[in-house]
Design a protein around this ligand. Structure first.
Ligand SMILES: [Zn+2]
Length: 136
């Protein structure tokens, strides 16, 4: 199975998130009680346990918090992607997001680099958010 054949299995808590990826829109949960975003999608706010979480669209802009470049596949489905970079991205929305990061030169990606959102198609019309690190 390659990465393009991967399909998520949305739960009640993640269905809106995954449905929006079909339109290449990144949705984050918003807690009106704490007035902050919540990610990953879940049933209740980790700060106040409110179940009144709302959805807001993210522009997908942020910076690299940490990055790791992988030369050996984590699983057979990632073999064709090697080498690839995985990073924690601090979105302007205030959440830390784990995703693949692309760049002209993966080894040149640095902590603090600005990134922008792109999309990688997977099965059933869904997409995975991928961030592109801008060149120095
Ligand atoms: Zn809250």
């Amino acid at each position: 199975m390659s990465r393009n054949e991967f399909a998520p299995l949305p739960s009640a808590a993640t269905a809106r998130y995954w449905a929006a990826t079909r339109e290449r829109r990144l949705l984050l949960q918003w807690c009106p009680n704490c007035e902050r975003h919540v990610h990953h999608p879940r049933e209740a706010c980790p700060g106040c346990l409110s179940t009144e979480l709302q959805w807001r669209e993210s522009a997908g802009r942020g910076t690299v918090h940490a990055v790791s470049v992988h030369y050996r596949p984590f699983a057979p489905m990632t073999a064709e992607d090697c080498p690839y970079a995985v990073a924690f991205v601090d979105l302007e929305d205030g959440v830390r997001f784990l995703a693949n990061v692309t760049a002209d030169d993966l080894e040149a990606i640095r902590v603090g680099d600005p990134v922008s959102l792109q999309w990688s198609p997977i099965a059933d019309g869904y997409h995975l958010p991928v961030f592109h690190a801008n060149a120095h």
